[in-house]
Design a protein around this ligand. Structure first.
Ligand SMILES: Nc1ncnc2c1ncn2[C@@H]1O[C@H](COP(=O)(O)OS(=O)(=O)O)[C@@H](OP(=O)(O)O)[C@H]1O
Ligand SMILES: Nc1ncnc2c1ncn2[C@@H]1O[C@H](COP(=O)(O)OP(=O)(O)O)[C@@H](O)[C@H]1O
Length: 207
């Protein structure tokens, strides 16, 4: 019997069908691709391109997009620091379940804090958490501003906007860093291909 958080007297129940069996069934290795970066850096676009690219190769993926998860599971959370931390924690736990199911789970959320991202990494087996840093400068994200949120933040109409008046801690040791070349960003499909090549090389696209 053990105590986990606020749950007392709980025992882990093991089943004879395990992750390796599901991986075998799906002919892939369940893992988490964690896409982090500023608003407007291209996280959701990359996640979709990656989902499409892997689907076309017969691989099962699922996207946990920050915006979307905040429509349901995380609808009770705001953008203050403790709620962002909880947003990251919950998304990390859900991503872990997807990976355990054998799915290639693509989590795309700003996830501005290094400590919380690293805590999500620690939930997975070595190698199974693949951090992708969208290293796109703030001024580029701000110029894109597809939702007009930077404009509102600069006008003081949104308080605590990441990169404007709220922190973003860039990763120090991401598996993959995607950045502009001479001021030009590769197309979303080209960026997705970089990630797919990584997965292929590391053996995640076969059981
Ligand atoms: N204050 C503030 N700061 C940053 N972003 C804001 C804020 N308020 C709303 N939004 C919109 O919410 C999206 C980010 O949600 P996330 O769950 O990814 O954020 S976090 O990881 O909890 O920091 C983010 O979506 P993306 O642009 O896709 O990143 C914004 O559209
Ligand atoms: N590789 C790319 N090159 C150029 N523009 C891009 C690229 N990826 C995304 N964009 C554009 O940048 C904007 C923000 O992309 P989005 O995926 O919504 O970012 P995020 O999810 O990080 O907020 C959109 O207008 C999108 O079309």
């Amino acid at each position: 019997m053990s105590t986990i958080g606020n749950s007392t007297n709980i025992v882990w129940h093991k089943c004879s069908v395990e992750k390796c069996d599901r991986d075998e069934l799906l002919q892939q290795r369940g893992c988490v691709i964690w896409v982090t970066g500023l608003s407007g850096s291209g996280k959701s676009t990359l996640a979709c391109a990656l989902g499409r690219g892997l689907h076309a190769r017969g691989k099962l993926t699922y996207i946990l997009d920050g915006d979307n998860v905040r429509h349901g599971l995380n609808r009770d959370l705001s953008f203050r620091a403790e709620d962002r931390a909880e947003n990251i924690r919950r998304t990390g736990e859900v991503a872990k379940l997807f990976a355990d199911a054998g799915v290639i789970c693509i989590a795309s959320l700003i996830s501005p804090y290094r400590k919380e991202r690293d805590a999500c990494r620690a939930l997975l087996a070595e190698g199974d958490f693949i951090e992708v840093f969208m290293d796109i400068p703030l001024h580029v994200c701000e110029a894109r501003d597809p939702k007009g949120l930077y404009k509102l933040a600069r006008a003081g109409k949104i308080k605590g906007f990441t990169g404007v008046d709220d922190p973003y801690e860039p990763p120090l040791t991401s598996e993959i860093v995607l950045r502009q070349n001479q001021g030009i960003c590769d197309s979303p499909n080209d960026l997705a291909d970089i990630v797919i090549s990584y997965l292929d090389k590391k053996g995640y696209l076969k059981a």
